[in-house]
Design a protein around this ligand. Structure first.
Ligand SMILES: Cc1cc2nc3c(=O)[nH]c(=O)nc-3n(C[C@H](O)[C@H](O)[C@H](O)COP(=O)(O)OP(=O)(O)OC[C@H]3O[C@@H](n4cnc5c(N)ncnc54)[C@H](O)[C@@H]3O)c2cc1C
Length: 599
């Protein structure tokens, strides 16, 4: 059984102390209800649900998996009862618009809950995740009638949503899509085609499933300029908003995959299914971009969750497992050996996971805070500023945190030695489940191209400059602060170098476009390490203040400062390798023609 204990103290540190969410909520219209007491109560309740209801289903769900038959898809035992409990408690509507039955709480509060359910049981959490994406699309692009028809049932959780983009021959390159939509006399469309890899495309958890589908209207241009977005419900709504006729959209099979066994990944066949255009014709891809930031945040959070789960298990194990003696002599002479936590290399693995879990938490919660501003603020200038920052930070969060999340999950397993490799402890499941995060919602390669191409070179470096100025301002304010002096000097060096690297890649790219692609993933990883360093330096400042003020939680704050030191001394130097690699140019990758690339 997976044991999960939400890191509530750390969540509170990030929300209340590092990001000062209370002032943030007080400044945003409609967030007045999010008082400290309410947010604490939500966190505590969600933590109980995550630990007591869905964590116990994580391993059994992995072992049993989902099954397909002509009648439909069956999720593992206990998944439906848990979902009913979640739905009845009102969790589905936590951050949804109150006009459609939601509780209207800020995105950042929902983000905290998402972290807990993701850590406890990612397979189970995929349904609320997919539903959230579909709801956001409907809310942003649906007509009032469409919203009134679908949203209340989805906000209540009786209906769920999916995002149907991928086809067998097109994943990254959606411009190749073939699913077609033929206009009908009644204003609807008839959709035909096959989508693959659709998370929760069919399930036994909800009564109806509302698919958000991209397709090409007959006669529309080829490529991305001819993509439109449609609502295709499994059961067409009747005149009273209930479930009417069955629509010919069916699940032909489910995939047998590496992890996420408790979540059905479906082949969906659209055989002349009735669909309704949502958003402007041929602007489907632009419509999808509006919720991309949220969706990418959700996956970035999976990186945090995998690191946190591995850390929780491996830290407990490292304190308990007795092997060999400490290099400096026995620490527990009365026992037959010392616990493995005495060994420097085990500590390296534990600290790395802690840096990624807690650093990633700071990073993703801050992104959620920016999303709150975009959703709620009336200050247009501030919104534009946040939009700018998010454009830069979202591909870094998604690409970097999922890559280091997988690395952390592996380190968690490594701490267990051979016992990590067998199923009993759940570490191998964490590794398997984590692996998809750097693939879906845009692979790391695609996030990296988005970052260096669209977000940085595409704005002549303006976005990056704005962010660098924030770090520079922090360093200036704290340059005399002995608690972080060693951190600010490293940050100052890195932001200078970050700008220089950008210029170098930019001018090389002007001569040869392959240069950008060749540098991209190293550049993304470099950026991720610098961004996380900024959060760790900020955390150290907050922790130092608490210690100076005579906190009663010395251990907690001292551990923050020690972890920040570890980060700056042992993880930030990874940027050296990325600089060395990204500056070697594209030739070493491109000089061998595809036909000579042989083995
Ligand atoms: C478990 C699971 C759940 C999923 N859920 C959903 C879902 O709910 N809805 C949905 O629509 N899809 C879903 N997907 C699909 C997922 O989003 C795609 O698999 C992903 O976008 C990659 O597409 P692809 O698999 O076709 O790979 P490809 O696009 O074929 O890419 C193959 C490789 O080529 C690289 N590559 C491609 N183009 C470039 C380029 N221009 N530059 C550099 N590298 C490039 C990629 O990075 C990758 O490494 C899911 C997939 C899985 C496995």
């Amino acid at each position: 059984m997976t044991v999960y204990k939400a890191p509530q103290r750390d969540m509170k540190f990030v929300m209340d102390e590092l990001l000062d969410m209370q002032s943030h909520y007080a400044s945003l219209p409609g967030c007045e209800d999010a008082s400290v007491e309410i947010v604490d109560a939500i966190r505590e309740e969600a933590s109980k649900f995550a630990s007591n209801v869905i964590a116990p289903l994580n391993r059994t769900g992995d072992q049993e998996g989902c099954t397909w038959s002509e009648e439909g898809v069956k999720t593992p035992a206990g998944f439906k009862a848990a979902y009913d409990q979640y739905r009845e408690a009102g969790w589905v509507g936590l951050i949804q618009d109150s006009e459609f039955g939601g509780q209207g709480l800020p995105i950042s509060v929902g983000n905290m809950v998402t972290e807990m359910i993701t850590s406890a049981n990612l397979s189970w959490a995929m349904l609320p995740g997919a539903n959230g994406g579909a709801l956001e699309t409907l809310h942003t692009w649906g007509s009032q009638e469409q919203k009134d028809t679908y949203m209340p049932n989805m906000v209540e959780g009786r209906w769920s949503g999916t995002m149907c983009l991928t086809e067998p021959h097109c994943g990254t390159d959606l411009g190749l899509l073939r699913t077609k939509a033929e206009p009908q006399e009644d204003g609807s469309y008839k959709l035909s085609g096959t989508k693959i890899f659709i998370s929760q495309g069919e399930n036994d958890l909800t009564e109806n499933i509302v698919h958000i589908v991209i397709a090409r209207i007959a006669g529309a241009p080829e490529g991305t300029g001819g993509i439109s977005l449609f609502i295709v419900p499994k059961f067409l709504p009747d005149a009273d908003g209930g479930m009417g006729e069955r629509n010919p959209v069916t699940c032909g099979a489910i995939e047998h995959k590496m992890g996420l066994h408790g979540c059905p990944t479906c082949v969906m066949n659209f055989d002349g299914a009735k669909g309704f255009l949502i958003g402007p014709e041929n602007k489907g891809l632009q419509c999808m971009f509006t919720f991309m930031n949220n969706a990418r945040l959700g996956v970035a959070l999976q990186g945090v969750a995998h690191a946190d789960v591995g850390l929780q298990q491996s830290l407990a194990y490292a304190k308990d497992r007795l092997q060999m003696r400490a290099l400096t002599g026995p620490k527990n002479p009365e026992l037959m050996a010392d616990p493995i936590i005495v060994h420097p290399d085990v500590r390296r693995m534990l600290f790395t996971q802690k840096c990624i879990a807690e650093g990633g938490r700071m990073f993703t919660y801050d992104i959620a805070k920016m999303l709150d501003v975009i959703q709620r603020s009336t200050d247009e200038e501030l919104k534009a500023e946040m939009d700018d920052a998010l454009g830069l930070l979202t591909p870094i969060a998604k690409g970097f945190l999922t890559e280091v999340g997988v690395e952390s999950a592996n380190l968690g397993l490594q701490c267990f030695g051979g016992h990590g490799y067998i199923q009993e402890w759940g570490l191998e499941q964490n590794v398997r489940d984590s692996r998809i995060s750097s693939i879906y919602e845009g692979t790391t390669g695609i996030q990296a191209l988005d970052l260096i191409g669209r977000k940085i070179l595409g704005t002549q470096g303006a976005r990056l400059n704005n962010y660098i100025l924030q770090i520079a301002a922090f360093c200036e304010v704290n340059q005399e602060n002995p608690a972080v002096a060693q951190f600010t000097s490293e940050l100052v060096k890195h932001i200078k170098e970050w700008g220089e690297l950008t210029k170098k890649i930019g001018s090389a790219t002007a001569k040869n476009p392959d240069e950008m692609g060749a540098a991209s993933v190293d550049f993304l990883m470099y950026s991720g390490y610098v961004v996380l360093a900024f959060y760790w330096a900020r955390a150290a400042v907050v922790a130092d203040k608490a210690l100076q003020a005579g906190t009663t939680e010395e251990d907690f704050y001292k551990a923050k400062i020690t972890t920040a030191k570890f980060y700056f001394q042992r993880l930030l130097p990874k940027t050296r390798g990325h600089v060395a690699t990204m500056t070697t140019g594209a030739d070493n990758l491109m000089e061998l023609d595809a036909e000579h690339f042989v083995f």
